[in-house]
Design a protein around this ligand. Structure first.
Ligand SMILES: [Fe+2]
Ligand SMILES: [Fe+2]
Length: 213
C-alpha cells in the first residue's frame, strides 16, 4: 500500500560528514557527535524526555485521526500509530522505573514547537504540511535513536534503541506515503524540499542537550 517514497532528491544544506546511520535519510543536517555525548553523559534526562516524546507522538496520531475522520487510510494508519507510540512510551517507562526515576510534567519541545510554525492554514496545505512535518520529525527521531543505539554498549538497552530507530524510520515512510495518497506528487515535492531546509536550519540552531531535540 505504501511505497515509492524515496524518489525525492535530497541535497545537503552544508558539507556535514555523512555519518547518519539511517541510509535513506532525507535529512539535510547530520546530528553532531556532541549531541550523542550529551545524551550518554546524562542518560536519565534523555530517557525522561524520550518518554514524553513518545506520549506526545501517540497524542498527535489521535489528533490527526480526529481531524480527518473521513479519510479511511489516514484514520486506520493513525489508530495503529497511536497504539504503537504508546507502546514505545510504556517501554521507555519501564527503563525509567527500573532506574528509580519518576516522570515529571511535560516540557515543551522547542524543536517541535518551532517546526510546527511552518504548518500553513488552509484545508489542503494544512494536511500536506502536517503530514510532511510529521514525516520529517520521525526521520529526525530515527536518526537520533540510531545514533544512541550505535553509541551504547551491547545489551538490552542498545537492542531497544535499535528497534525504536527502525520503528521511527517506518513512521517517516508512513507519513510520506499518506501524503502521496492524498496530494499530487509535484505539490509534495516542492513543499518537502522547503520543509527539509527549514528543519535542517532549525536543528543546526538547537542547543545541544540530553534530550531528543
Ligand atoms: Fe515512537
Ligand atoms: Fe514515531
Amino acid at each position: 500500500m505504501f511505497g515509492a517514497h524515496l524518489t525525492f532528491n535530497s541535497k545537503p544544506l552544508s558539507p556535514t560528514p555523512p555519518c547518519t546511520p539511517m541510509p535513506d535519510s532525507p535529512l539535510r543536517y547530520n546530528t553532531p557527535p556532541a549531541w550523542t555525548e550529551a545524551v550518554l553523559s546524562d542518560f536519565d534526562s534523555f530517557l525522561l524526555d524520550h518518554a514524553t516524546a513518545e506520549k506526545k507522538a501517540s497524542g498527535m496520531a489521535i489528533s490527526m485521526l480526529s481531524h480527518y475522520p473521513d479519510r479511511i487510510e489516514l484514520v486506520s494508519a493513525m489508530a495503529d500509530l497511536a497504539i504503537e507510540e504508546l507502546t514505545h512510551y510504556r517501554e521507555v517507562l519501564k527503563w525509567i522505573h527500573q532506574r528509580g526515576l519518576v516522570t515529571g510534567p511535560d516540557q515543551k519541545d522547542p524543536y517541535v514547537v518551532a517546526f510546527r510554525t511552518s504548518i500553513r492554514q488552509g484545508r489542503d496545505v494544512y494536511l500536506l504540511d502536517r503530514l510532511l512535518t510529521a514525516s520529517i520529525i520521525e526521520a529526525r527521531g530515527a536518526e537520533r535513536f540510531a545514533l544512541v543505539a550505535a553509541a551504547l554498549d551491547a545489551g538490552p538497552l542498545k537492542k531497544f534503541y535499535q528497534s525504536i530507530a527502525r520503528s521511527e524510520e517506518r513512521h517517516f515512510e508512513l507519513f510520506l506515503a499518506l501524503a502521496q495518497k492524498y496530494i499530487a506528487p509535484d505539490v509534495i515535492e516542492r513543499r518537502w524540499d522547503e520543509l527539509l531546509d527549514i528543519e535542517a536550519a532549525l536543528v543546526a540552531d538547537l542547543p545541544v542537550r540530553a534530550a531528543l531535540h
